[in-house]
Design a protein around this ligand. Sequence first.
Ligand code: NZQ
Ligand code: ZN
Length: 381
Amino acid sequence: MQNFEFYNPTKIVFGQGEIAKLQELVSASRVLLLYGEGSIKKNGVYDQVISALGNKTLFEISGVKPNPTYEKAMEAVQLIRKEKIEFILAVGGGSVIDSAKFIALAAPYSGEAWNILTQRDLALKEALPFGSVLTLPATGSEMNCYFVISKGDDKLSSGSPLVYPKFSILDPSVSFSLNDRQVGNGVVDAFVHVMEQYLTTDNKAPLQDRFAEAVLKTLIEEGPKSYLTKDYDARASHMWCATMALSSVFGVGVSQDWSTHMIGHELTAFYGMDHARSLAVVFPSMMWVMRKEKFSKIKQYGERIWNIPVNNDEDVKKVIHVTEEFFQKLGVPTKLKDYGIGAEAVTKIVDRFTSRGFEPMGESAAVTLEKVKEVLLGAQG
Ligand code: NZQ
Ligand code: ZN
């Protein structure tokens, strides 16, 4: 096991009816309410938030889109500076919460805010405090310090320990207004988050492995129920799995491989693919292309999660097949051709990586540009 530090200060308030607790959770008096394109007005979440925060001076910025933009975030930054806003409340899915993180860092930052995403060594000193009311179980943004923001066809991710939410309210019942596609996407995103921290090499970290496997098993058992029904307990498990999947609990002390996400972000940037759908096409192909490097973990995954003995390439194929079947059962197609995307994607993405000064990805930097090409070709279908 590698050395690690673990720090996660986000308070989670979980369960039906808990949005009312905003009253005690928010102590600031000038609050920015940040939300998306209106789902919270239709499902009653907006009303619950307003009734809990009735005594505050509230400002609002709405219209945060999926794959949230830099321009919308900067609109909020201007308002915060002008109105001396003290706290941000993000109400929505990963896009709204990610925006709140970027805004929280950008508001007190005097330089060019886009640098926050492009310069890894930027010494950021402060951030505005913020909390969240989660409405879509998927990204884990509600309990981590990462964010993804888009500008034109650039979609970049970053993170800072300054932007853990102070609190996140997780009421599974508010997610019942999601359509099936968003629920299925949410299960797939959480599943792949676990896999990118788990499917590497043997890190001699059995607790992290068992914890990851517990989340995978739970998603396999409860995910399809959460997708197809409005069963509160299944949705609650789906939501808690998604939060745990990217809260770093089992990412500590182990090597990780986020190359599926890195390639997936480019598919979203170029073709507008839903985030989870981009992962569902890249990840199975990544498993196949990197099967030699990841063999011991694929074997463990196949045997412990799917009861498939894994000794050779044919067995690896079976494991990839059941993984794809699981994604498909959640209504998520797993080949690029299912999304009308052809082989031109390969050159586009490889050129984009090259122009940015590509460095090999993965736990042992074995995902070279050549491998990226193979993964995208293999994902065509
Ligand atoms: O905008 P509104 O009207 O609210 O509608 C949203 C949006 O259209 C809707 N929605 C959310 N909750 C709803 C609802 N509709 C009905 N009822 C509800 N209860 O769902 C749509 C998608 O929302 P979005 O926030 O975009 O989805 P998600 O949570 O999947 O977030 C995706 C973003 O998170 C980033 C992705 O790249 C993408 O930009 N990620 C962030 C991560 C992180 N911070 O750790 C990690 C992830 O890997 C991911 O990259
Ligand atoms: Zn993701």
